[in-house]
Each structure stands twice: as C-alpha cells, then as structure tokens.
Design a protein around this ligand. Structure first.
Ligand code: PMP
Length: 331
C-alpha cells in the first residue's frame, strides 16, 4: 500500500484550471435550453421537491466544442448523446428527444451562443413528484443543455508547458458496478468521485486515482488511465469498474492508426509503478500527462514520445483536422 496522502509531499501550485473557473460559468453564456425552450439561466425555477435534489436521480454527459476559425466543432456529439440516452434508460427515464433531435438542439444553442472552446452539458432529471424510490411512475422528467467556457481543465498551461499532473491514490474505493454501474453517468453515482477528488485536492494533488473494490486500478475521479510500457499502450476496461470513456476510445483508435500497439487488461499499482509513461484521458481533461502518483514519478510522461504523439494527434482529431472527420461536427 502506498503512503497516505498526509505523509506525501503535496503539490503547492494553485489549481488555475477550469475546475476553479467553473464556479460561475453560466454567467458567461447565460442562456440554456430547458424543456424545449431557450431561456435565461436565471429564469429556470427548480422545485424544492425535485426528486434528483433529494435522491441523486439525474443523468448527464459532458461534450467538448472547439473553435476552429469561424466554426465551432463539436466532438463525437452523437456518441455522447447515445451514452446520455443509455444512462437515462438505466433509471427508467424516457427522454423526450432522441439523440439526433437532441443534437439539433445542442447545435442550435451553440450557434446562438457562438462560444469559444467550450464544454456542453446535457442533463436530465426527475423533478417534482412524490419522493418515493420509484420515480418513473410519477415524477416528471426535465431536460436541459448548458454551455460553459472551457480551455484547459487542469490549468496546466498556467503552470507552464512542462507540468504534468500529480495524482494520489485515493483512500476512497470506486463503487463496484454491481452496486452502481460505472458506465452510467448519473448524478448520484458521482458522490464517489466527489469524495475522492475533493480529498486529493485538499491534500494539494491535482487528481485522485481510484482503486476498485478488488484493489486493482479503476480510473481517476473523472478520467480514464493509460500506461505506456516498452512502447505499448495499456488500459483497462469496464470489468475494472470504469466508465469506458469516449476519449479513451478515441485514443485507442488513434493509437491503432499511428501504429502504437495496445493492450486492454486489468492494471495493478505495480503496473503503474513500472510504467514508462502515464496519462489520463477525458473529454474535459483531454490527454493529460501524469508526472507522479504519490511517490511514483513518471517525469518522462509529459515529454514521453508516446504520450506526446497521442496528445498532439488527439488535439487535431477533435478539431476535425486529421482522421475521422465525421467525429467533429461543425456548427
Ligand atoms: N471516467 C469517469 C468517471 C468520467 O466521469 C469521465 C468523464 N466523462 C471519464 C472517465 C472519461 O470519459 P470521456 O472520455 O467520455 O469524457
């Protein structure tokens, strides 16, 4: 077992990333799509008896838009919206729009806002109804889309190009999927990530690395983990209680395209210790090199040739410059 976060030299740099900037993002683009209409965010009234407020019954997704010249390119919009629908279905929520209809509303909202690089958050929830545990029989479903500015999630640019992430192994274990399915983005499930991430940040780290209940590595609080060992890319899958991210899938596809061998298998802390390079992937985090996990140091990750080439390729793929142009939809 690794040293506890309390005994480890913690990062001292402030987190200047969007995680701080997100405190009041809706002030930047104050309009939202809500139950079929574009309204001012301040005009949205949410009832005190909202089921999701009491019991965590919301589902959501996170999508990125990148400004490329005069256009906003939205990356894998439909894949995110299909995942959103799948999350909703697990909770018996029948969304009023299908993924294509929602994509049209997202594009319309983005055209009206005209944001720079941004984060798009579709969210659905059970509203005002009896607070029983079977909401689909009586609580109404609400649907909203928010757009917020997003440049560099972890604020690494502010810390200088040479800076990778400092992680700590969380004392909070990832909820097993047989209790809460890890592939479902439900608000209630994320209290597990909130505990892990908050503790890591309190200790001065950038992010928490979570183990599953079997003691294998699962993922970070909202990113997937990749290792590079002897030129091969290694990541785990749903069996490790992860959310199999869309960024993870994109990176695996890029690796195949540029000839980096990949291996999908469970990952132990010893595998992490032995890795040449380590990085995280996520819609918000993109491809984020890891400098250290507690006392394990991977100083080569940020300069590492595999991480670097995947991060560079990812940055052009999301902007529709390179590979799979259909993944990046212009609006
Ligand atoms: N794991 C968790 C728990 C997440 O919340 C996220 C963010 N959606 C990811 C991994 C990365 O997924 P994606 O690449 O689809 O954003």
């Amino acid at each position: 077992m690794l040293a506890s976060p309390n005994t480890v030299q913690a990062a001292t740099e402030p987190n200047n990333g969007l995680r701080d900037g997100l405190a009041d993002p809706i002030k930047v683009f104050p309009i939202v799509w809500y139950d079929g209409r574009i309204v001012q965010a301040d005009d949205v009234d949410i009832h005190v008896m909202t089921h999701a407020l009491h019991l965590g019954t919301s589902v959501f997704d996170g999508i990125r838009g990148y400004r490329v010249g005069g256009e906003l390119r939205i990356f894998r919009l439909r894949d995110h919206l299909h995942r959103f629908r799948a999350s909703a279905e697990v909770y018996g929520m029948k969304l009023p729009l299908d993924p294509d209809e929602m994509a049209a509303e997202v594009m319309d909202l983005c055209r009206r806002i005209g944001p720079p690089d941004c984060y798009i958050r579709p969210i659905a929830w059970y509203g005002y109804g009896p607070l029983g545990l079977v909401p689909w029989t009586s609580a109404p479903i609400h649907l909203m889309v928010l757009v917020m500015p997003l440049a560099d999630f972890f604020g690494r640019e502010a810390l200088g190009e040479q800076s990778g992430l400092r992680l700590t192994v969380s004392p909070w274990r990832k909820t097993p999927s047989r209790s809460l399915p890890s592939w479902v983005k439900c608000g209630g499930h994320y209290t597990n990530s909130v505990l892990a991430s908050s503790q890591a940040c309190r200790e001065g780290f950038d992010e928490a690395l979570m183990l599953n209940d079997r003691g294998d590595v699962a993922e970070a609080s909202c990113e997937n983990l990749f290792l590079v060992k002897d030129g091969r890319l290694i990541t785990n899958d749903r069996d490790a209680d992860i959310l199999p991210g869309i960024t993870r899938n994109t990176v695996l596809e890029i690796a195949e395209e540029i000839g980096i061998p990949t291996l999908i298998r469970s990952i132990s802390l010893n595998d992490v210790r032995a890795a040449d390079e380590v990085f995280l992937t996520g819609t918000a985090a993109e491809v984020a090199p890891v400098d250290s996990v507690d006392e394990m140091v991977f100083a080569s990750s940020r300069a590492g040739s595999v991480t670097r080439s995947l991060a560079d390729a990812y940055s052009s793929v999301v902007r529709g410059i390179h590979l799979k142009a259909h993944w990046s939809e212009a609006c």
